[in-house]
Design a protein around this ligand. Sequence first.
Ligand code: NAP
Length: 446
Amino acid sequence: MHQILEAIQAGAAGEELANLPVPESYRAAFVKRDEVDMFDGLDSADKDPRKSLHVDEVPTPELAPDEVYVAVMASAINFNTVWTSIFEPLPTFGFLDRLAKESAWGARHAQPYHVVGSDGSGVVLRVGSAVRNWSPGDRVTIHCNHVDDQDPSAHDDSMLATNQRIWGFESNFGGLADLAVVKANQLMPKPRHLSWEEAACNALTNSTSYRMLVSHNAGAMKQGDVVLIWGASGGLGGYAVQYVLNGGGTPVGVVSSASKVELLQELGCEAVIDRKAAGYRFWADEHTQDEKEWRRFGKDVRALAGRDPDIVFEHPGRQTMGASVFVAARGGKVVTCAATSGYMIEYDNRHLWMKLKSIVSSHFANYREAWEANRLICEGRIQPILSAVHPLEAVGDAASAVHRNVHEGKIGVLCLAPAEGEGIDDPAFRAQVGEDRITLFRRHGA
Ligand code: NAP
């Protein structure tokens, strides 16, 4: 990979890259099949990704006709890598075994190791015989919607495909590595004004937030909507706030520290609630929710926004869902894509039906939505929310920070890129967008 890195840094043409040998093995971050029981008996909080994530050489898999090899310059941590590394709610090897049964190419994925990572930026090295729109040398970002386009159910909205998967979570050979194997229909142009790590951190959560709020497949936010955003300085929330501001809405951000309040205000979100300072106790005990606390929270939201939220951007799950359903406006929507604090949800159904609210499910994004979300980054209309950067060897520390919720925005990981700040192809456009806007989270995280 050293030769490949040197060629990329020297600006080698695609033909030259295509002629360099692809190594038989590459450096990758992975969990091991024979370690899936290592945290048995521990509470979630005590399961340590630093113990289960390994960085070592793995063999390079063969390339299918619809795939490309990408030399990964940088990647990022997503919460799904935390789930894989603590083997919750299930070890992800079951996903790989299921994929293995689908086809001869799928069989490559069932290995004793699972190379994780669902984001990446880099350079195309080789394309399979069926790939039309991409060539060696193309500088790309990768989205994680892994879809078999020969399946009729994958058409219309590919997120509805029966065998839709998240690359690097439900498939192997993910992005936290020096090399990745991806389908050609996961590729998108790299934003030319961003460094490798700034370009790598967006696709998963930016596209998810786009679908949740902007797409007609989920939130379909309107101008003037009030949108309550849980975890508003986190991986999903940091983009959600930007979509609401861009779309002419009023974001009400919820976070858990004074420093995050400050960060959101710098991002342009004026209405912010510090949930820790407010001390909401939506659950009186493990089994009982406290409607008085929902009311207190609703009053606080109304005091900031002037009215109840048209959309609640929901992902914490069990801890917050009861409150989310309660505070949504009459006719409003709770758009949910996750359940970090628990997936067995309870809410008072009377508040839902009597006030004609709806709960809308959303999951990642189809290619079109991911492409649109990437285009907005390329045009400088949405900024990356990169707050910290680690080398691949420290991937366990990076995942641990996300697991412990001690981070803001996204944590980037340098793969082949030896240092931060490389890969900016259009410094003039960068200056036009504004260094301060692009690096807001990074400066805050420093
Ligand atoms: P993240 O960077 O960790 O941000 C989540 C934020 O949620 C945190 O910053 C935290 O903010 C807040 N939070 C955590 N626990 C909470 C609780 N009990 N009550 C209220 N707020 C809480 O993670 P992310 O990338 O935004 O992802 C969030 C969840 O969405 C994860 O479960 C992830 O797996 C899932 N996800 C799903 C999809 C999909 O396609 N379905 C895509 C991306 C992510 P404060 O502490 O500041 O309040």
